[in-house]
Design a protein around this ligand. Structure first.
Ligand SMILES: O=C(O)c1ccccc1NCC(=O)[C@H](O)[C@H](O)COP(=O)(O)O
Length: 217
């Protein structure tokens, strides 16, 4: 399962979090976020990382030109569109950056809203479901209604986000079977400063689950 830790701002934390087991790291390219990092800061954080770690830039309502330039300047391998981007816009991003993974984040308000997911799947590589908050775009610590997602089976891989923590991750994964998970504030000391003890605890919990599955418990 993919594990994305999002909102990294410090190069030494990106290396430590990758060593603990993250398969993807997220960098916030939204200037209004307290976790915002420039393309230069992303470059410093991703340069020491192994090639197999996905390096995802999170954008919200940026232009194609801004996204393109940030990817080129930073070494990102994926682009997460976290604003009100249309399916057509997602397609344009994919065409301008064909080597880059395109993730569309949907901030889910209701079951009807979730149906939008179907419209996006042919224009993107991966969906990410996050909680809706009226004032904040992401990193809110709010959980989704997991029960509402139990029948969610999109035709592309999907990541579960929104208020996940080392404490609730096993409960979430007992109800849902996403292709990956995404955590930010649940493993933080303060916005942009990750708590490495919490990240380590997260991976301990995930390993205990693998072990239980393997032993047939
Ligand atoms: O994290 C931010 O500050 C942010 C700002 C603007 C757009 C998106 C943002 N984060 C996107 C993410 O992928 C977060 O990991 C996701 O919202 C989950 O956050 P959390 O509920 O804190 O785990």
């Amino acid at each position: 399962m993919r594990v994305k830790i999002c909102g990294i701002t410090q190069p030494q934390q990106s290396v430590a979090i990758a060593s603990l087991g993250a398969t993807a790291l997220g960098f916030i390219c939204v200037p209004s976020s307290p976790r915002y990092v420039t393309a230069g800061q992303i470059r410093d954080a991703v340069t020491p990382l192994p090639e197999n770690i996905d390096k995802i830039g999170v954008f919200a309502n940026s232009s194609i030109a801004e996204i393109y330039q940030t990817v080129i300047d930073s070494g990102l391998t994926g682009v997460q569109l976290h604003g009100d981007e249309t399916p057509e816009f997602c397609d344009q991003v994919r065409q301008s950056l064909p080597q880059v993974e395109v993730l569309k984040a949907l901030r889910v308000r209701s079951l009807e809203h979730l149906e939008q997911a179907v419209i996006y799947t042919k224009y993107i590589n991966t969906l990410l479901l996050d909680a809706y908050h009226p004032q904040q775009l992401g990193g809110t610590g709010q959980t989704l209604d997991w029960q509402m997602l139990q029948k969610f089976r999109p035709s592309c891989p999907w990541l579960l986000a929104g208020g996940l923590t080392p404490e609730n991750i096993l409960e979430a994964l007992s109800q849902l079977n996403p292709d990956g998970i995404d955590l930010s504030s649940g493993v933080e000391l303060k916005p942009g400063d990750k708590d490495l003890d919490k990240v380590a605890l997260l991976f301990e919990k995930l390993e205990s689950r693998e072990w239980k599955k393997g032993s047939g418990e």
